[in-house]
Design a protein around this ligand. Structure first.
Ligand code: GDP
Ligand code: IMO
Ligand code: MG
Length: 421
């Protein structure tokens, strides 16, 4: 039995979908624990490409996908995603926590309106209603999956919530009238459609662990988007670090055997907020084009920069990462010089930690270690020693600096372009 967790150590889009799909071959359950349809996880199998937002990536390998209580789900998107997968020949086996919070139409409206009000101070959210839904959950005004299966409960909850949202709409000058009857009818229909999937998933997962099954937890976003430890307020609204797994599934920490931190061989970020190693030059464009760095959820171009080990070290510490998975190493090929940030310089002082104050982060200048680039990594490489020696040097330095072994290297989007160390 093994219980593994895969999490992002940067600003999301590290290749979690690909790595989770790879490890899914040995899993019985693949479980998501936070975030919602803001995530976009890509899995490439042969010529087929799947972009999943809510469904755990393990369903592509035919495994049971679990939507943990810590997520926020938009039932319409979920049903569409399930239908689309079924049409493509993959009937997803899916369990949904009865406690999961539901994204309602007013959450999406408010996400857009808040961003508009913020103007040039906007977060650059995915506008999927994530922040407003988590806000309601914490304010104890959320609608949960179980509520979709009981018309009286849902009706009473909407009677309480809709007038409040309507007041907020008028303060925001949003000229939309929420129609309770319409919302109730639509969400009860979603409930009917999903009722067989809605269960107390914490019981299922804990029983599975007790009976020796293999569980794979799939993080969404990345540590630098964590609501506490990321570049706040330019973050998402959930706990993306390892601790989020316990809260978001009802599984205690001592069950977790391996915590695999995914590190993209360079850095990307979508949306606003500081990115100390950002490259606003030809090299940045090179990484964006070669890496196909466009958002899987919103299609927005991703900002690109050198790999930042101050960031990755911060992330690995917060989640007790014990194994690294390096992705997109192939994208770095063809560059003459490759840089790696090892510390920051702030007003003449060197620091090796990530500051809480984003104004301070904005003043940080990366201190780089330079590496000689390499021409190309053979796609049929089977082990690290098949790589050009310059690529081996780059990887060895990362391992040594972070004091964490590399367990997997990805050199392309497909399943075969993966090297387990
Ligand atoms: P996630 O959100 O962490 O699952 O990552 P995304 O799917 O949003 O973005 C990662 C992108 O990189 C996807 O298009 C993947 O197919 C692709 N990808 C993953 N691993 C590799 C790799 O090693 N090399 C290359 N070239 N592409 C990769
Ligand atoms: P995956 O799982 C990259 C970013 C948004 C925005 C901020 C807040 O594919 O790695 P939100 O809609 O969550 O309120 O937006 O977080 N963001 C992501 N960036 N990958 C993601 O998910 C993201 N999910 C949210 O761009 O800056
Ligand atoms: Mg993504």
């Amino acid at each position: 039995m093994t219980v593994k967790l895969v999490i992002g150590t940067q600003w999301g889009d590290e290749g979690k979908g690909k790595v989770v799909d790879y490890f899914s071959k040995n899993a019985d359950y693949v479980v998501r624990f936070q975030g919602g349809a803001n995530a976009g996880h890509t899995i490439k199998v042969g010529d087929e490409v799947y972009k999943l937002h809510l469904t755990p990536s393990g369903v592509i390998q035919g495994k049971v996908g679990v939507i943990g209580n810590g997520m926020v789900i938009d039932p319409e998107t979920l049903i569409e995603e399930m239908d689309e997968l079924t049409k493509r020949g993959i009937k997803p086996k899916l369990l949904i926590s009865d406690r999961v919070n539901i994204i309602m139409p007013y959450h999406k409206i408010l996400d857009g309106a808040e961003e508009q009000l913020l103007g040039d101070k906007k977060i650059g959210t995915t506008k999927k209603g994530i922040g407003p839904c988590y806000t309601d959950k914490i304010a104890r005004k959320g609608i949960r999956a179980i509520d979709l299966t009981n018309i009286d409960t849902l009706s009473k909850k909407l009677d309480d919530i809709i007038p409040i949202k309507q007041k907020i709409f008028s303060l925001y000058n949003i000229d939309i009238k929420l129609n309770k009857k319409e919302i109730l009818g639509k969400y009860i229909e979603y409930g009917k459609c999903l009722k067989d999937n809605i269960v107390s998933t914490q019981i299922t997962i804990n029983n599975a662990i007790a009976s020796g099954k293999n569980i794979l937890f799939e993080g969404a976003q990345g540590t630098m988007l964590d609501v506490d430890f990321g570049t706040y307020p330019y973050t998402t609204s959930s706990h993306t670090i390892a601790g989020g797994l316990c809260i978001g599934t009802g599984v205690g920490p001592h069950h977790i055997d391996d915590i695999i931190g995914i590190v993209k061989a360079y850095t990307t970020r979508v949306g606003e907020g500081p990115l100390p190693t950002e490259l606003l030059d030809k090299t940045g464009e090179y990484l964006q084009t070669k890496g196909g760095e466009f958002g899987a959820t919103t299609g927005r171009p991703r900002r690109c920069g050198w790999l930042d080990l101050v960031v990755v070290n911060h992330s690995c510490t917060l989640s007790s990462v014990n194994k690294l998975a390096i992705t997109k190493l192939d994208v770095l090929e063809g560059l003459k010089t490759i840089k790696l940030c090892v510390k920051y310089n702030i007003k003449g002082k060197e620091i090796d930690y990530f500051p809480a104050d984003i104004n301070m982060v904005k003043e940080c200048t990366p201190i780089y270690k330079e590496f000689k680039g390499w021409e190309n990594i053979k796609t049929n490489s089977k082990k690290i020693t098949d790589f050009p020696k310059e690529a081996q040097e780059y990887l060895k330095f990362i391992e040594k600096h972070l004091k964490i072994p590399i367990a997997l290297i990805s050199i392309g989007p497909g399943r075969k372009e993966t090297i387990e160390v």
